[in-house]
Design a protein around this ligand. Structure first.
Ligand code: A5P
Length: 226
């Protein structure tokens, strides 16, 4: 699958998930390039008269929603009917997220939603999760969490910014450690261990999270309920 085929697959997945949105719904707006296709498709539906409100999961999602004319709201005001979000890896209902460093807000919004629809291209599918897990940490907790992740069997790597010297700083003002644990046959156990570390704001393991997965291909979309 070359880059343009992959982009088309992401677009198909995003557009497919948006078909589940109904008039009057509050929709969780995911982050990343695949979710962006869904936000754009939802914006087109709003242009054609669909009445929805969106809860953004990141600066990027908020900006795109404003640009495409989707009315925004917050979890203080509305409950979320449906969230549409991308993933770095999908194994059944389990996900690794946080490639864009937005997994803390994504987890808040996605888990508050009645249903989470995950949008992906085929490169994201796996039998067992083995993608490095992004762990958002308070800046003061970087060193102790780095040590603790090593004790849990992971290889932590501070995420570096590309157009700035130093680390990536999240929308919440924190740092990200990308932690490679190899294959993770027990994501629930690892998720609990990571969540228990002082200074960890949120990690990118989304256990039993997906209600529906839309995988775009070069020609169609496969939808499954894990
Ligand atoms: C953002 O932090 C992530 O969780 C994204 O949803 C994930 O990285 C998928 O992004 P792409 O659709 O760009 O691959």
């Amino acid at each position: 699958m070359n880059q343009s085929e992959r982009e088309a697959a992401k677009r198909r997945a995003g557009e497919s998930a948006v078909e589940a949105v109904e008039d009057g719904m509050t929709v969780g707006l995911g982050s990343g390039s695949t979710a962006a296709h869904a936000i754009r498709a939802l914006g087109r539906d709003v242009d054609s008269g669909l009445d929805v409100e969106g809860v953004p999961t990141s600066f990027q999602a908020r900006e795109l929603a404003v640009e495409t004319g989707i009315e925004l709201t917050t979890l203080d005001e509305r409950s979320v009917d449906l969230a549409i979000d991308g993933a770095d890896q999908v194994a059944g209902p389990h996900l690794v997220k946080g490639g864009g460093g937005a997994h803390a807000r994504e987890k808040i919004v996605d888990s508050a939603a009645d249903r989470l629809l995950v949008v992906a291209d085929p490169t994201k599918e796996a039998d067992v999760l083995d993608h490095p897990v992004p762990v958002e940490v308070l800046p003061d907790a970087r060193a102790p969490v780095t040590d603790a992740v090593r004790r849990l069997g992971g290889q932590p790597d501070l995420r570096r910014a590309e157009r700035k010297t130093g680390p990536v700083v999240t929308d919440n003002g924190n740092l990200v450690l990308d932690c490679d644990f190899g294959a993770m046959p027990d994501p629930a156990g690892l998720a609990a261990d990571l969540a228990g570390l002082p200074g960890v704001v949120e990690h990118g393991l989304f256990v039993d999270a997906a209600d529906e997965v839309h995988v775009g291909t070069e020609t169609e979309v496969t939808v499954f309920e894990p």
